[in-house]
Design a protein around this ligand. Structure first.
Ligand code: SAJ
Length: 428
């Protein structure tokens, strides 16, 4: 790959690991972004967010000169391949927001050079490449498959995952021409040590990511509904899941105070909205989204009930919300259920403290110790290791904590109950 060149547009959670990996494999990599602070950090080899692969590769790839960052889109003219890794969120009506993607593709069009390969990595619904991206790139008369190539390879970053990362995750690739498909598949085979699957068309490639994550969303919704029913039936759902897991075909998912992150709560809407354009209603996917979107409110209701049992009201009780990140041991807060839970508690008049060891800039408290001293009751939103290690029955008792609502079922229920502290989980 010596001297092969690639630009990665969007050097965030998805783009920067890809840029570091390609640079480490010998590509000349240009990271292009609109965030000057991020660009400066990368060029100084300062890791901008928690990611093990970036931590391992950034310094050496920047120092070797194989990776540099810039905000100058004109430099796109100098590369052979352009990977687009910009966010594709949904708006407040859960409609896909393609503005960042369209803006990046327009900048590519302005600098498109004959023979370039454009790869969209951002999560998009089936049809976006042909209906939105291609018309922009072909403005001015260039033809895909002749003057440039267009492919889609949905990203599969799993923030905080110690095992799976961009270097070892299999990838699906689709393109609008055979040459484009071969070129894109070759790029990924150059840098990834895992199978690269060439899809029949770009639409099939677009559809894979949306169903992968919709599949996860419906399974989480399934167990969240079971947990709500078991709360009424007085059955411990965690114990039941562990029992059911001894069945070879059962896939354990865990109930929780909400489904956060930039993938799972977002991607199903791509399928739902796309299908609506052809008159099909994904009733099941929509119901799963409703169930998961309701979990933050349901969690606050459970918390209120538990406080009432010990003669406390939400109003006026010093409540510590522990965890702001959307999942354990990462600093990413996108779509975190913490925000809705905090808002609900404040609406009900609670005196809310917040503490997340990985998101101190958004925490009111600076240590768990300080938080426990001040709080009367706890609502666990994120199953960070620090909480699992330190929140035992005796510690809670010593700090005179009256109620623990464990929104991630991550604490030792028996130990806390034995210490005489009121414990409630989700479905347990
Ligand atoms: N969650 C539950 N119950 C579960 C699993 C997750 O409530 O059983 C919640 C988490 O607490 C979190 C949210 O859902 O708030 C999403 O969790 P996640 O583990 O799915 O983490 P993500 O959002 O980082 O999902 C990524 C996805 N990767 C990509 O989209 C490239 C997803 O496809 C992976 O399946 C997932 O990681 C994974 O398997 O870890």
């Amino acid at each position: 790959m010596k001297n092969q060149t690639i630009a990665v547009i969007g050097i965030g959670y998805v783009g920067l690991p890809l840029a570091c990996l390609a640079a480490d494999k010998g590509y000349q990599v240009l990271g292009v972004d609109i965030n000057q602070k991020l660009i400066d950090k990368v060029n100084k080899a300062q890791v901008p967010f928690k990611d093990d692969l970036v931590k391992k590769l950034l310094k050496k790839t920047v120092q070797s000169g194989n990776l540099k960052a810039s905000n100058d889109f004109k430099l796109l003219k100098k590369v052979e391949t352009i990977a687009v890794c910009v966010p594709t969120p949904v708006d407040e009506n859960y409609q896909p927001d393609f503005k960042p993607l369209i803006s990046a593709v327009q900048r590519i069009k302005e600098n498109l050079v004959k023979g370039q390969l454009v790869i969209i990595e951002s999560t998009i619904n089936p049809g976006v490449c042909e209906e939105i991206v291609l018309p922009i790139l072909e403005q001015g008369g260039k033809k895909v498959g002749k003057d440039f190539y267009l492919a889609h390879a949905p990203e599969r970053i799993n923030p905080g995952d110690p095992k799976w990362n961009v270097s070892n995750l299999p990838r699906n690739v689709g393109a609008l021409s055979k040459t484009g498909l071969k070129k894109a598949a070759q790029f990924y085979r150059d840098i990834i040590d895992a199978p690269i699957n060439e899809m029949q068309s770009i639409k099939e490639a677009e559809a894979t990511k949306t169903i992968e994550n919709a599949f996860r969303d419906i399974n989480i919704a399934f167990i969240n509904e079971i947990a709500k029913s078991f709360d009424q039936l007085g059955i411990d759902v965690v114990d039941v899941i562990k029992g059911a897991s001894s069945k070879f075909s059962f896939m354990a998912h865990w109930p929780s105070c909400g489904v956060g992150g930039h993938c799972i709560p977002v991607d199903p809407y791509y399928l739902i909205r796309k299908a609506e354009t052809v008159g099909f209603s994904h009733d099941f996917l929509k119901l799963a989204r409703q169930i998961n979107n309701h979990m933050p409110k349901y969690t606050v209701e459970l918390y209120q009930d538990e406080l009432n049992k010990v003669g406390l009201a939400v109003k006026g009780t010093k409540t510590a919300v522990l965890g702001i990140a959307y999942k354990a041991d990462i600093d990413d807060t996108r779509e975190s259920p913490a925000f809705e839970i905090i808002e609900e508690l404040k609406k009900m008049g609670a005196d809310v403290l917040t503490y997340d060891p990985l998101v101190l800039e958004k925490s009111t408290e600076k240590s768990l110790k300080q938080t426990l001293k001040k709080a009367q009751a706890l609502l666990i939103v994120t199953d960070h290791s620090e909480f699992k290690e330190k929140l035992d029955g005796q510690t809670l008792k010593k700090n005179n904590i009256k109620v623990v609502l464990d929104g991630k079922n991550c604490l030792d229920k028996e130990d806390i109950v034995k210490a005489g502290v009121n414990y409630k989980g989700i479905g347990r």
